[in-house]
Design a binder for this molecule. Structure first.
Ligand code: B3K
Ligand code: ZN
Length: 872
C-alpha cells in the first residue's frame, strides 16, 4: 500500500465553507444530496484540479452552480471524484450519491446496528457517505436534513442544534440539524432509529441551558442513568479544571451495539459502543462503571481538545488523543483515588504500550509515515501521548501549564493545529525552551534510565548517577525525575539537593549526577515518583531496600512499585525458559510474604483498593515483557502459579479474615463508588489467593459467592477464580451463568472472555464450541473481542502454544474477518506484536503463520499494513 508522509503535507487546494446535506434513510438505498460551498484555498495551488475522496459510493447526479457538467469535465469512480478544471472563484457543487447501510459490515461510514442507522466517520468514513475533501484541515459549517420512515426511525439526530422537524409524507418524517461550529468531516454524525431517551438539563458557567440526553435501545433506559450522570460531572469538571464550557444547546449520546471501538466524539452527538454506556449492578462490574465514567468524560472532553481545536493532519493525532486521555485520567483521578488511578494508568501503559514500543509495530507518538491511519489509534499515540502531556505539566509547573492550555485553546480555536502549536503555548507561558522536550514526539522506543547510588557516611553525602539510553541514535530526552530519599524509618527530612525543584530533577543529558547533602543515614532513593516519566528504570536495590520504600515512602506509586519489583524479580528467577521447576518458596519469597502480611495488617482496611494493588502480582505478560527474549510462556505461568500458591499459604488466615471484615452487611444497597469498589476488589483478591493455595476450598467459596452475590462484580470475580480450577463445579457454574444471562449480550461477553482465557489445553476446543453459541456473532466486534480478542490478549500459554494451534485460531479469524471488517481483523492481528521475543520453537511457528497471512491474496490495506510491519 502507498505510504503517506508527514513531510509531504500540503494545504488543500480547495476549501469547503458550508455543507448542506439531505439524507434520505432507507435500509438498502440511502440517498445523500450534498451541496458544497467551495472556494480555492489561498494557501493552495491556483487552478489545481478538485480531487474529492470517495470510498464505495455510487454517484447518481452532479451539478456545478446548477449546471450539469459535461462528461469530460470530471471523473467519478467509487473511490473518488475529480473535477479537472474547477472554477477559480467560489462555486457550489451538488452531489447525489447512494449507499447501502445494511450491507456496510465495515462499520465505517453510514451503517445499521441492530436496525439503528448510525455513522462512524473518523478517520476516513465520511467519504463512504459522499465525495468530499475528507481531511481534518478542511473545516465546514454543516446543516443536515435527515429523513426516514417514522415507524423505523422515530428518533433522528444530527450534529449541533435541532432547528426543524416535521412530516415528509407516506409515513416518513424529517429533522433538520445545524452545527454552527466549523468542523472537519470526521466529526460528522447522524443517527436514526427506535431509541429510548433519558435526559436532564445542565447550565454552563456561561449561563447556557443545555439539554443532555442519552439514547439507548428500547427498554434499556434505566441502565443509562450512570452514563448520564457522568456527562454532567464531566461538564462541570471541564469548567472547573480547564475553564472549558459546552457550546451547543443539546448534547446527545447514543449507544449502539455494533461499534469498532469504544466511542466517538462527533460534535454534539457522541456515538458509543453500548458496552460503555449501559450499566446496572446486576449486569456491570465496578470496572465497567469506571470505564463508562472515563470514556464518557473522554469523548465529552474532545469537544475542546479535538473538536474546537482539531488536528491539521492525522500525524498530529496525539494532539487530540494524548491530550484527551490526559484530561480523562485527571478527571477520573479527581472522581476516585488519585494514587490508585495512577497505578492503574501505569499498569495499562506497561502492559500495552511498552511491548508495542519494543516490537515491530513501534512508532513515534507522532508517526512520520503511515499506510493505513486507522492502524495508528494505538497505545503509543493515546497512552504515551498522555504521558508526554503529564511530563510537560511536571516540567513547567501547575499554573503555567493551565495558562498554557488556555493560550493553546485561545490561539487555535476553530483551527486545525499541530504539535508545534501545542508546545508553543507552553513555551510562551513558562518561558522554557521546549525544543529538546519535543524529542518525545519523534522517537519510538522506551528510554531506559540506569541509576547508581553511593553514600558517604562521613561526609553525610549521597550521590545518584543517572544514565539514559535508547536503542538507536536518539539524542538525550528531557526526563522529569520526581525523586526523594527515604530512610529506615521515614523520609530523610534534612537532606538537600540543589538540583531538585519541587521534588523534581530534570535529566536532560545522557549522564547526570545528583548530590544530596545533610544525609543523616544510608538512604533508599525513591525514583520517578508517581511514574514521572515513561521510562524503564534500572537500579540494583536489595529487597530490604525495596521493603523500606514499601513501608515508608510518602509516594504511594513507589510503595506499590517496590512490592511489584520484588515480585517481578521472584517471577523472573523462576520464569525464564531454563529456570529449574520448583515449588520451593525460598527465603526471598518468604520475606516478601511476611512484608505483605505486615502491610495488610496495618493498612488493608484503611485503603482496600490500594492494598489490592500491592497484593497483586505482575501479570504473565508483564513478566514476559521484562524478560524480553527467549520467552517460554509456560514457564512464566508456572512461576506465577507457584508464587500465588505460596502467598495463599503464607497469608491464608489473614485473607479469610479480610474477606469477612470487608463483606458488605446484607441488604446494603449497591454503590459503584470508588470506596465500595475498593472493598470488593480486595475481597476478591483475597479469594483469588485462597483458591491458589487450596483449589478445593477456593472452588467451594467461589461457587458460593456466585450464588449469593448481589452484584455482577462479585459474581464475575468468583466465576473468574473458579474458571481456573478444573472440575465439575466449574463446568456447572459456567453453564448456569450462560443460561442465566442468555438474553444479556454484554454479560455473555464477560463469560466468553473468562472461558477464552482458561490456561488449559482444552480451551481451543471450548472456543470452537462457543463460536457456535447462539449469542456469538462474527459480525459484532464486541463478541469477537470477547472470545477471540481475549484469547490473544489474556491467554499467553494457549495463544502461544508450542504446536502453533493458538496462532492458527487467531490467523483463521483474521482471515475470515478481513472480508467483512478489516479494522477489527487488523486489531486482532496486533496480538502477534511480540512474536520475536518468544523462544525459538514458538517464534518460528508464529513466523510461519504470519507468512501465511501475508500471502493471502486480496488482503485489506488494514491487515496488509499490520502484517507487513510485523514481519519486517
Ligand atoms: N476518536 C475516536 C477513535 C476513532 C478511531 C478511528 N479508527 C475515539 C476516541 O479516541 O475518542
Ligand atoms: Zn479520543
Amino acid at each position: 500500500p502507498p505510504t503517506i508522509r508527514l513531510e509531504d503535507y500540503r494545504p488543500s487546494d480547495h476549501l469547503i465553507d458550508r455543507v448542506d446535506l439531505d439524507v434520505r434513510l432507507a435500509p438498502h438505498e440511502t440517498r445523500i444530496t450534498a451541496v458544497l460551498a467551495l472556494r480555492p484555498n489561498p494557501a493552495g495551488e491556483p487552478g489545481a484540479p478538485l480531487v474529492l475522496d470517495g470510498d464505495d459510493v455510487t454517484l447518481l447526479a452532479l451539478d456545478l452552480d446548477g449546471q450539469t457538467l459535461p462528461a469530460d469535465a470530471y471523473l467519478a469512480t467509487p473511490s473518488g471524484l475529480t473535477l479537472h478544471r474547477p472554477p477559480t472563484r467560489p462555486f457550489t457543487l451538488r452531489i447525489e450519491t447512494q449507499v447501502d447501510p445494511t450491507a456496510n459490515t465495515k462499520l465505517m461510514g453510514l451503517y445499521r446496528s441492530s436496525g439503528v442507522y448510525c455513522t462512524q466517520c473518523e478517520a476516513d468514513g465520511f467519504r463512504r457517505i459522499t465525495y468530499f475533501l475528507d481531511r481534518p484541515d478542511v473545516l465546514s459549517v454543516y446543516t443536515t436534513r435527515i429523513e426516514a420512515e417514522r415507524a423505523a426511525a422515530p428518533v433522528l439526530l444530527g450534529n449541533g442544534n435541532p432547528v426543524e422537524a416535521g412530516e415528509a409524507g407516506e409515513g416518513r418524517h424529517y429533522a433538520v440539524w445545524h452545527d454552527p461550529h466549523p468542523k472537519p468531516a470526521y466529526l460528522f454524525a447522524l443517527v436514526g432509529g427506535r431509541l429510548d431517551k433519558v435526559a436532564t438539563r445542565f447550565t454552563t458557567m456561561e449561563g447556557r441551558d443545555v439539554e443532555v440526553a442519552v439514547f439507548v435501545e428500547p427498554g434499556k433506559a434505566p441502565r443509562a442513568a450512570y452514563a448520564l450522570d457522568a456527562v454532567l460531572r464531566s461538564m462541570r469538571w471541564d469548567e472547573e479544571a480547564f475553564g472549558r464550557a459546552y457550546d451547543l444547546d443539546v448534547f446527545n449520546v447514543v449507544a449502539v451495539s455494533d461499534f469498532n471501538m469504544g466511542a466517538m466524539e462527533n460534535k454534539g452527538l457522541n456515538i458509543f459502543n453500548d458496552k460503555y454506556v449501559l450499566a446496572s449492578p446486576e449486569t456491570a462490574t465496578d470496572q465497567d462503571y469506571a470505564n463508562i465514567e472515563a470514556i464518557i468524560a473522554h469523548e465529552y472532553f474532545h469537544n475542546w481538545s479535538g473538536n474546537r481545536v482539531t488536528c491539521r493532519d492525522w500525524f498530529q493525532l496525539c494532539l487530540k488523543e494524548g491530550l484527551t486521555v490526559f484530561r480523562d485520567q485527571e478527571f477520573s483521578s479527581d472522581m476516585r483515588s488519585r494514587a490508585v488511578h495512577r497505578i492503574g494508568e501505569v499498569r495499562t501503559l506497561r502492559a500495552r504500550q511498552f511491548p508495542e514500543d519494543a516490537g515491530p509495530l513501534a512508532h513515534p507518538v507522532r508517526p512520520r509515515a503511515y499506510a493505513e491511519i486507522n492502524n495508528f489509534y494505538t497505545a503509543t499515540v493515546y497512552e504515551k501521548g498522555a504521558e508526554i502531556v503529564r511530563m510537560l505539566r511536571t516540567l513547567v509547573g501547575e499554573a503555567p501549564f493551565r495558562a498554557g492550555m488556555d493560550r493553546y485553546y485561545a490561539r487555535n480555536d476553530g483551527r486545525a493545529a499541530t504539535v508545534e502549536d501545542f508546545l508553543d503555548a507552553f513555551a510562551a507561558e513558562s518561558g522554557r525552551d521546549l525544543t529538546a522536550f519535543a524529542q518525545w514526539y519523534e522517537w519510538p522506543g522506551t528510554p531506559r534510565v540506569d541509576v547508581e547510588g553511593a553514600y558517604d557516611a562521613a561526609a553525610r553525602r549521597y550521590s545518584l548517577t543517572l544514565r539514559q539510553s535508547l536503542r538507536g541514535a536518539a539524542p538525550p530526552f528531557v526526563i522529569p525525575v520526581a525523586v526523594g530519599l527515604v530512610g529506615p524509618s521515614g523520609p530523610l527530612a534534612g537532606a538537600r539537593c540543589a538540583d531538585i525543584r519541587d521534588g523534581v530533577f530534570v535529566l536532560d543529558a545522557a549522564v547526570a549526577r545528583l548530590t544530596f547533602t545533610e544525609v543523616s543515614e544510608a538512604p533508599v532513593p525513591s525514583l520517578f515518583r508517581g511514574f514521572s516519566a515513561p521510562v524503564r528504570v534500572e537500579m540494583a536495590l536489595s529487597d530490604a531496600e525495596r521493603l523500606t520504600l514499601l513501608r515508608h515512602d510518602t509516594d504511594a506509586f513507589n510503595r506499590w512499585q517496590a512490592a511489584q519489583s520484588i515480585a517481578m524479580r521472584l517471577l523472573i528467577d523462576r520464569g525464564t525458559a531454563r529456570a529449574p521447576e520448583t515449588d520451593d518458596a525460598g527465603p526471598a519469597a518468604q520475606a516478601y510474604a511476611e512484608a505483605l502480611a505486615a502491610f495488610l495488617d496495618a493498612e488493608a482496611l484503611a485503603d482496600p483498593a490500594f492494598a489490592a494493588l500491592v497484593l497483586g502480582l505482575p501479570g504473565e505478560g508483564d513478566v514476559a515483557n521484562e524478560i524480553g527474549s527467549d520467552i517460554d510462556p509456560d514457564a512464566i505461568h508456572r512461576a506465577r502459579q507457584s508464587l500465588r500458591r505460596h502467598l495463599g499459604h503464607a497469608l491464608g488466615e489473614r485473607l479469610s479474615r479480610l474477606r469477612a471484615d470487608l463483606a458488605e452487611a446484607p441488604g446494603t444497597p449497591f454503590s459503584p463508588d470508588a470506596a465500595s469498589a475498593g472493598r470488593r476488589t480486595l475481597r476478591n483478591a483475597a479469594l483469588d489467593l485462597i483458591a491458589a493455595a487450596d483449589p478445593a476450598r477456593g472452588a467451594e467459596l467461589a461457587a458460593a459467592q456466585i450464588e449469593d452475590a448481589s452484584n455482577m462484580t462479585d459474581r464475575l470475580a468468583a466465576l473468574g477464580i473458579l474458571s481456573l480450577i478444573p472440575g465439575e463445579t466449574r463446568e456447572t457454574a459456567l453453564t448456569a451463568f450462560g443460561e442465566r444471562y442468555a438474553a444479556e449480550p454484554l454479560v455473555l461477553d464477560k463469560w466468553f472472555a473468562i472461558q477464552a482465557a482458561i490456561p488449559e489445553d482444552g480451551t481451543l476446543a471450548r472456543i470452537a464450541r462457543l463460536r457456535e453459541h447462539p449469542a456469538f456473532s462474527m459480525t459484532n466486534p464486541n463478541r469477537v473481542r470477547a472470545l477471540i480478542g481475549s484469547f490473544g490478549l489474556a491467554n499467553p500459554t494457549q495463544f502461544n502454544r508450542v504446536d502453533g494451534a493458538g496462532f492458527g485460531l487467531l490467523a483463521e479469524t483474521v482471515e475470515m474477518l478481513d472480508r467483512t471488517n478489516p479494522q477489527i481483523a487488523a486489531k486482532l492481528l496486533t496480538n502477534f506484536g511480540s512474536w520475536r521475543m518468544l523462544e525459538p520453537a514458538r517464534s518460528s511457528k508464529a513466523g510461519e503463520i504470519l507468512a501465511r497471512i501475508k500471502a493471502i491474496p486480496g488482503l485489506s490495506r488494514d491487515v496488509a499494513d499490520i502484517v507487513d510491519r510485523t514481519v519486517a
